[in-house]
Design a protein around this ligand. Structure first.
Ligand SMILES: Nc1ncnc2c1ncn2[C@@H]1O[C@H](COP(=O)(O)OP(=O)(O)O)[C@@H](O)[C@H]1O
Ligand SMILES: [Mg+2]
Length: 246
């Protein structure tokens, strides 16, 4: 089946043991946009990202990326697909025993045929892009939470991905640091033309970083639209969710 959307989740179901998590998820993402998925903890946001990466498999439904179905793909083909996707995991997930530079270089050193000099150049360019120049020899333990996020972004960009996935990029950061991380997500979209999916339970952050928002509950998208449209939604759950408590 042909699919016009850049990324498309079609009627996805996923349970763990007997617990239903995704329950008929339908979601289309356009090329070049930043879409935020907003939803309470446990509603299935991280599972959705992991399904796109092929780290989890849906029980039913199909996922398309750039016209290709990725559900049911061989592991070998998935490795190639994953190179198009950079992921910022919740909590940054840097390797504590590696330096900043080694963290950024990690995937390239493992999975590419680039020379050491080429890798050094990518590391240095990416650290510069995230405004962390000159930190290649530091250890993650020497970094603040915001700096770790920057390094995680530099690492996620190692393959110059077409798509960036951000799992709770500002959770646990103070408001000023959160604003700088959101600005960096925007700069990445602008300068590299990447398609981005941000998942968060933080409304203000989500609204400030994205072009469109999708509100998720119980493993389904309740509503999707421009930030303005979502803010004006008449959907009962969406209104309750936007009214907070966060
Ligand atoms: N690998 C797993 N095994 C079992 N349960 C899981 C697994 N991953 C997620 N879950 C469960 O699925 C639900 C949705 O998880 P998740 O997508 O991480 O939520 P969130 O929206 O907070 O990111 C949660 O109840 C979580 O406990
Ligand atoms: Mg999560």
């Amino acid at each position: 089946m042909e699919q016009d959307n850049y990324i498309f989740f079609q009627d996805i179901y996923k349970s763990f043991s007997d617990k239903p998590v995704l329950q008929g998820l339908n979601l289309a993402i356009e090329r070049g946009e930043t879409l935020v998925i907003l939803g309470r903890s446990g509603c299935g946001k991280s599972v959705t990202l992991k399904i796109l990466l092929g780290l989890l498999y849906p029980d039913s439904g199909r996922v398309f990326l750039d016209g290709e179905e990725i559900t049911g793909m061989s592991e070998k083909k998935l490795v190639e697909v994953r190179k198009k996707i950079g992921m910022l995991f919740q909590g940054s997930a840097l390797f504590d025993s590696l330096t900043v530079g080694e963290n950024v270089a990690f995937a390239l050193a493992e999975h590419s045929d680039k020379t050491a000099a080429e890798i050094d150049e990518i590391v240095s360019n990416n650290l510069k892009f995230v405004e962390m120049e000159g930190t290649a020899n530091l250890m993650p333990s020497e970094l603040s939470g915001g700096m770790k996020k920057r390094v995680a972004l530099a690492r996620a960009m190692a393959y110059q991905p077409d798509i960036l996935l951000y799992d709770e990029p500002t959770t646990g950061l103070d408001p000023i640091t959160a604003t700088t991380i959101n600005a960096l997500i925007r700069k990445t979209q602008r300068e590299y033309g990447v398609t981005s999916i941000v998942v968060t339970h933080e409304l203000d952050s989500g609204f400030s970083v994205a072009d469109r928002a999708a509100v998720m509950e119980n493993g389904r998208i309740l509503e999707i639209g421009t930030i303005d449209a979502i803010k004006k939604s008449t959907h009962e759950f969406v209104r309750t969710f936007l009214a907070g408590p966060k």
